[in-house]
Design a protein around this ligand. Structure first.
Ligand SMILES: *Cc1c(COP(=O)(O)O)cnc(C)c1O
Length: 396
């Protein structure tokens, strides 16, 4: 047998972390890595946050799992916190981002298939190079063929338009359109923030045609950009929003948020999950919310983001052959490279013990824990400078 016990869907990697300390990961062999990837925008509070660990420990000792067939004081409490912190009136908890997007898609469809709704409105307009997860519905929602290959047929009901192209989106709206599904800042696609015009335009189109504006904030949400949710930068509100990654701070947790109106089709018996909203996940989510959902914390994220960005802009000027520009918001930053970003990310990881994430459009993602301080920022620039200075662009 040559297949590995762990299904080989990810590349083999020499970095094998076994322990985390604040903003560092420690490998099997004891090497220390500066973690500016945060498990892809997950570990908002770093790796050994006392509040998060304590909340999980206390809950694990009290009640770890119970069925959603029973009432859930833990779920009610976290749902209330999310409602208080956002546009939403109601919340469905999931265990992952893809499930949160699945619930968002179902909620948008059910809005139109509800009683006197317009049941021919079944199609969501989605945007090129989006990433919404790896389930059948969420790969079908993306035009990225590398995720489709081998898994046909796709699920019907998605129509792809160029990202940030308002005219394209407008032209795609028709009698079968149910709404729009969009990342306000494309993550995997290369840290590409949507323009103000695009986001306001989608909101206006949705209002005009009674469509659902569904935001995928799985990566850009939960304080990452200096707002609790990234759409707040644009002064608009969605009807439905998928959140995950950072919300559990490392514990698997996601949620679908909706307004009362948008959730009109999601009544008793329409959706469910065995684990979704389980007390352990609720405890983790509550600890994360308590730490990040306040103005002081958000202001710090903004301030650190601006500081890193200004230094990055200056830094990339030293290597015009490698770097083109910096983009993003808060602590969701991307460096667009003039060469392939993936080999540079591997070089930083293997030769300079700096963890970042490669993304589409030759972009290097910089996604530190939101709790970084001056020491980690200085260490990041030391490692990045050393990495750029020692980099030999591979022959392609
Ligand atoms: C990561 C991600 C997802 C999928 O989340 P999983 O927890 O991996 O299922 C969906 N949408 C966006 C924007 C993401 O970044």
């Amino acid at each position: 047998m040559s297949i590995t016990p762990l299904m080989p869907v990810y590349p083999r990697c020499g970095v094998r972390p076994v322990r985390g300390e604040h903003c560092h990961l420690i490998d099997e062999d004891g090497s220390r890595y500066l973690d500016f990837a945060s498990g892809i925008a997950v570990n908002l509070l770093g790796h050994s946050h006392k509040g998060l660990i304590g909340a999980i420990q206390r809950q694990a000792e009290t009640l770890m799992h119970v069925s959603n067939l029973y009432g859930s004081p833990q779920g009610e409490e976290l749902a209330q916190k999310l409602v208080d912190a956002s546009f939403a009136d109601t919340v469905f908890f999931t265990n992952s981002g893809a499930e949160a997007v699945e619930c968002a898609i179902k909620t948008a469809r059910a809005y139109h298939q509800y009683e006197d709704g317009d049941s021919q409105r079944t199609e969501l307009i989605t945007f090129k190079n989006a990433f919404h997860g790896r389930t059948m519905a969420t790969i079908s929602a993306s035009n990225q063929e590398k995720m489709h290959k081998g898994f046909m047929p796709l699920l019907a009901g998605f129509r792809y338009v160029e990202f940030d192209d308002l005219e394209g989106a407008k032209a795609a709206v028709g009698p079968t359109t149910a709404g729009f599904l969009v990342e306000p800042i494309q993550g995997e696609g290369g840290i590409r923030p949507a323009s103000q015009e695009f986001m306001s335009g989608l909101r206006a189109l949705a209002d005009e045609h009674d469509l659902m504006l569904v935001l995928d904030e799985v990566q850009c949400g939960v304080a990452r950009t200096g707002k609790f949710y990234a759409h707040e930068h644009y002064g608009i509100e969605p009807d439905i929003l998928a959140t995950a990654k950072g919300i559990g701070g490392g514990f698997p947790l996601g949620a679908c948020l909706a307004t009362e109106k948008a959730a009109r089709g999601m009544g008793f018996g329409t959706h469910g999950s065995t684990y979704g909203g389980n007390p352990l996940a609720m405890a983790a989510g509550g600890a994360v919310m308590d730490a990040v959902a306040n103005e002081e914390f958000l202001a710090e994220v903004t301030e650190k983001g601006e500081r890193i960005r200004a230094r990055l802009e200056q830094f990339i000027g030293n290597y015009p052959e490698l770097f083109e520009l910096v983009r993003g918001k808060g602590l969701m930053l991307g460096i667009r490279m003039k060469v392939e970003s993936r080999p540079f990310f591997v070089h930083l990881r293997d030769n300079h013990q700096l963890l970042t994430v490669a993304a589409g459009d030759n972009t290097l993602r910089v996604l530190p824990p939101l709790v970084i301080g001056d020491a980690e920022i200085d260490e990041f620039f030391d490692k990045l400078s050393a990495g750029a200075a020692s980099y030999e662009i591979p022959e392609s």
